[in-house]
Ligand binder design. Structure first.
Ligand code: ADP
Ligand code: MG
Ligand code: MG
Length: 199
């Protein structure tokens, strides 16, 4: 079973990973965006880590809803409301249980990813974070490690795609040949989940 401490580890591991990879995320957002994805998420997850330390929610749902709220209120770009919705909706789905199973987490994340698709209108293949999140959730029934690999493969597979949502879509065919920054950060989020499970 997964408790609030596990979820706090997941969020702090994500914050650390986003810190380490911020320059790379921003570099990916240069040719097909506005070169702010790394700094957007760095600001957001720094606020998440600070809020979790201050409030220390004692349920998995509480950790994720607080994290989602922080992302929505601190990240100006498209990715803030989208990641915020993912975590807030997943957190809501977990309710106030003090521990949840891996299956319940997978189901909650499915609900969150569906909400992101409704909010942003993106489907798989549109070259967005969805291209890493959907395969990750599909593989979560197998293991955290399988989910991590699926997310990483999904991110890499965005390179030959033409963007149909977000800023990159303004470039039309010129968006082809670049890995999507949001799919790349989504893979970091999923990798941090596998990390938290290993600890
Ligand atoms: P902005 O584009 O507003 O500067 P960011 O650079 O932080 O925001 O985030 C860009 C990422 O957000 C993209 O790489 C893409 O993965 C994701 N994204 C943008 N629009 C959408 C959408 N409608 N649905 C899903 N993901 C999206
Ligand atoms: Mg950007
Ligand atoms: Mg921006």
């Amino acid at each position: 079973m997964l408790d609030a401490a596990f979820f706090r580890r997941w969020m702090t591991a994500t914050a650390a990973s986003v810190d380490r990879e911020a320059e790379r995320l921003t570099a990916l957002d240069s040719p097909i965006g506005d070169a702010d994805h790394g700094s957007n998420l760095q600001r957001g997850f720094t606020a998440v880590a600070a809020a979790l330390e201050k409030e220390a929610p004692d349920t998995p749902g509480g950790v994720l809803t607080l994290a989602g709220r922080q992302l929505i209120s601190t990240v100006g770009g498209a990715s803030g409301p989208l990641y915020g919705t993912l975590l807030r909706r997943a957190g809501k789905a977990l309710g106030d249980a003090s521990e949840v199973s891996a299956e319940q987490l997978a189901e909650a994340l499915r609900t969150g990813v569906d909400a992101v698709m409704t909010l942003g209108g993106a489907a798989p293949g549109d070259k967005t974070m969805i291209d890493a999140l959907v395969p990750a959730v599909d593989a979560l029934g197998d293991s955290f490690a399988a989910s991590r690999t699926a997310a990483e493969e999904g991110a890499v597979a965005t390179t030959p795609l033409q963007a149909r949502k977000g800023r990159a879509s303004y470039l039309g065919e010129r968006s082809i040949g670049h890995q999507d920054p949001g799919a790349t950060s989504a893979a970091l989020l999923v990798a941090a989940l596998a990390e938290a499970a290993d600890e």
